[in-house]
Design a protein. Structure first.
Length: 460
């Protein structure tokens, strides 16, 4: 639905609530898709939310809360009476109910869980961190025995509740619940009725332990184009299944976190419009302070070459050009390598291949920029006589410095994420601003060192 239509429904909801006509507000709200309901609901004042949510039927409330951001859903659900909250949780998928319970105050969560009819499906999910395979999985899955016939499997599926999730895959377990195979619904339908499940199942099953990080879960599902992924416990028993719709949220969350870190900020962990002002300042100030203190080293480096600058003031004119080129090349390389690592395209063992590629890239890119820098100085000298009789030496200094600095920037930007991963840190923390700052300082040293060699006997 278009935003204009959502805004129109929201206005009708507000008008109905202002006149005390809650039934009209509900009727307007329920014309929307649950995702749009959540957007409209989130835009209501807190008092209207408290008035409206308890009046919704359990199924509608469950769909709305599922689509809200975690913090918004927890704040809204916390206003519901315990018995009604339990009914709403029963309408949710077990993994969604477990996530919401984990965000509620412990006492309220315990009371609601005690009154849930489906608590046996939710309880096993509560012991796993949210960002692991165990925290993402649902306990609603389809398990068959190897000695069942395809006809009995079809009869089993026909007897399931119509509200049960779509069986993308059917998993085969032994008497102890250990995952031993997987079979597609199409294979069951097209096989002879008397065929045994073990005769048509695939024994090569891709699965992950319950403690697997959610980023690895997303990578595996994307790599093998899976709609669902089984999760097993330490003994290999089938504990749950992760469906693709859960991974869509994970991919968005992980990409957002990486982008925030690459941009030179801590991950916000909350939606931008919901995070408090001071919490946002805290998240952003830390890196800015570190970067500011690091940039002070730039002044220190320039002070070290004070005599060279006094003798050849023209060198100072190119400092912004030199350091920005190194910082830009480093940021570019860091972003490319971080993303490649996130997608599984680059692993730790690939560091040498990455280095070789970046050496060649750095030299080529540096040569391109150096040629442009040399041409620019030559052109200005020809047109305005700006740089005097020693302009070829100045142009050579700039050109050679750009080659060295861009090469150093690409190497730093590409190797730092790999080094951080090697020591167990998030590669995204090697943010573009951090790489740029590091290259700025070292770039000055390269620039003035080249100048002291090339200009010796002329300007220096």
């Amino acid at each position: 639905m278009e935003q204009k239509e959502i805004d129109g429904v929201l206005e009708r909801v507000r008008t109905a609530l202002e006149t005390g006509n809650v039934s009209n507000a509900i009727a307007a709200l329920t014309t929307l898709h649950p995702a749009d309901q959540a957007e409209a609901f989130a835009d209501l004042p807190a008092d209207d939310q408290v008035e409206l949510l308890p009046q919704l039927d359990s199924e509608t409330a469950a769909g709305l809360l599922t689509e809200l951001e975690d913090e918004e859903a927890a704040d809204a659900a916390a206003q519901l009476p315990t018995a009604q909250l339990a009914d709403v949780l029963d309408e949710m998928e077990p993994d969604e109910a477990a996530d919401l319970l984990g965000d509620l105050p412990p006492a309220q969560a315990a009371d609601a869980l005690a009154q849930m009819e489906e608590r046996d499906e939710v309880i096993p999910l509560l012991g796993h961190p949210d960002d692991t395979a165990g925290g993402l999985m649902t306990s609603e899955f389809f398990a068959l025995r190897p000695h069942m016939t395809t006809q009995s499997a079809i009869d089993f599926l026909r007897g399931l509740n119509r509200d049960t999730a779509t069986p993308y895959y059917l998993y085969v377990v032994d008497r102890q619940g250990v995952l031993i195979g997987i079979v597609g619904l199409r294979d069951i339908i097209t096989s002879r009725p008397e065929a045994l499940i073990e005769s048509i199942m695939n024994r090569e099953v891709i699965s992950l332990p319950v403690g697997t990080d959610q980023e690895e879960v997303a990578r595996v599902m994307a790599r093998y184009d899976l709609l669902a992924l089984p999760v097993v416990d330490g003994a290999g028993r089938l504990a749950g299944v992760i469906n693709y719709d859960n991974i869509v949220d994970v991919i968005s969350e992980e990409a957002t976190e990486d982008l925030q870190k690459i941009g030179g900020s801590e991950a916000l962990d909350e939606p931008y419009m919901l995070i408090s002002f001071w919490r946002m300042v805290h998240k952003r100030a830390g890196w800015l302070v570190v970067l500011f203190l690091s940039e002070m080293l730039t002044a220190t480096a320039m002070g070290f070459f004070e005599q060279e600058i006094k003798r050849a003031v023209v060198l100072a004119l190119f400092v912004p050009l030199i350091i920005s080129s190194g910082g830009n090349s480093g940021s570019q390389a860091a972003t490319l390598v971080i993303r490649a690592m996130a997608l599984g395209e680059v692993r730790l063992r690939d560091w040498w291949r990455v280095m070789r590629r970046e050496v060649l890239s750095g030299l080529t890119l540096g040569a391109i920029l150096g040629s442009i820098g040399f041409a620019r100085i030559a052109l200005w000298q020809s047109a305005f006589g700006t740089y005097g009789p020693y302009w070829p030496f100045i142009a050579a200094t700039v050109a050679l410095s750009l080659v060295g600095i861009v090469l150093w920037g690409t190497l730093t930007g590409s190797m730092l994420p790999i080094l951080l991963r090697r020591v167990g840190l998030d590669p995204a923390t090697s943010s573009a601003p951090f790489v740029a700052t590091l290259v700025d300082v070292t770039g000055l040293i390269i620039y003035f060192s080249v100048a002291s060699v090339v200009l010796r006997g002329s300007l220096l």
